[in-house]
Design a protein around this ligand. Structure first.
Ligand code: SAM
Length: 271
């Protein structure tokens, strides 16, 4: 999968792409990440990428011409002239965008190429959004200084869903927001059933050695090797954590009869 990033600060990404899974995915040829310096698409002495907003007001706005040139250099035409199924999506990072979630990462992962447009200052001239961008994505309800961190977040979450990028093929599905899917369950024969996708719930808590730390012992249940009991305990912890931190997720979660009974008990514990 190819990721292209258009930014005025390509240097911001250096450390991020040189470590961990992103570096390994590139080394193994599963992913390519290319940075494009927006200033390289200007033609004046000052390499100007911004200008004052029409209508007045604070700050500056990224000019459309350098962005259009940068996109043209990637052979990206305006949407009206692009074939529908060319496997490319142009993503504008924006606080005004649709919320980025694991489900959106799953939408992106099937594509051949994702091109990120990173805004700065007050943002990007809206005509770039209208003419070229397929998606306007926000990584949360807060305002960042630029789209670079947001692009890195979307890239990271998407890339780790590419088959082969994570060591354990199905491990992305075991995490918070993972899907519960029969094909995945079949794929991971022998793994305790509770790990077959979080089914829209948050993940359960994890522990490693030492068995005692800071006066706290690892829950006894995890030490006894009884996978049925561990499975049940983990499921209950998922429900507890989701109820405590993200009750909004319970509505859309895939809950069994057993889960619902557990949840009722958790609610009673609480009140
Ligand atoms: N004037 C904009 C607003 O109020 O919505 C904020 C502009 S912000 C200072 C500069 C750039 O940071 C944006 O163009 C966008 O690319 C990026 N950005 C800021 N917050 C973001 C968020 N929550 N998600 C994604 N990108 C964001």
């Amino acid at each position: 999968m190819q990721f292209e990033i258009i930014t005025i600060f390509p240097g911001l990404f250096a450390g991020f792409f040189e470590h961990g899974i992103v570096r390994r995915a590139q080394a193994e040829g599963l992913v390519t990440v290319t940075l494009h310096d927006l200033r390289g698409f200007t033609h004046d002495r000052h390499r100007t990428v911004d200008d004052r907003p029409f209508g007045g007001g604070e700050g500056m706005v990224l000019k459309p011409e350098p962005l259009a040139e940068a996109l043209a250099s990637l052979e990206i035409e305006p949407k009206s002239r692009r074939p529908q199924d060319d496997g490319t999506r142009v993503v504008l990072l924006s606080a005004q965008g649709r919320p980025f979630t694991q489900a959106v990462a799953r939408e992106l992962v099937g594509l051949k190429r994702v091109v990120f447009v990173c805004g700065r200052y007050e943002g990007v001239d809206e005509r770039i959004n209208e003419l070229y961008c397929d998606m306007e994505l926000s990584i949360g309800d807060y305002v960042l200084s630029g789209g670079e961190l947001a692009a890195a977040v979307v890239l990271d979450a998407t890339m780790r869903l590419i088959p082969g990028v994570l060591g354990n093929e199905a491990s992305g599905e075991f995490e918070s927001f993972g899907v519960q899917d029969a094909a995945i369950s079949a794929h991971v024969e022998g793994v305790p059933r509770s790990q077959h996708g979080a089914g829209g719930l948050l993940d359960y808590p994890h522990y490693t050695r030492p068995a005692e730390f800071g006066g706290l012992a690892v829950p006894e249940v995890l030490l006894n090797g009884d996978h049925q009991v561990i499975r049940k305990w983990r499921r209950e912890q998922q429900l507890r954590k989701t109820f405590r931190n993200r009750p909004d997720l319970l509505e859309g979660a895939a809950l069994s009869k057993e889960d619902r009974a557990l949840l009722e008990r958790i609610k009673k514990d609480r009140y």
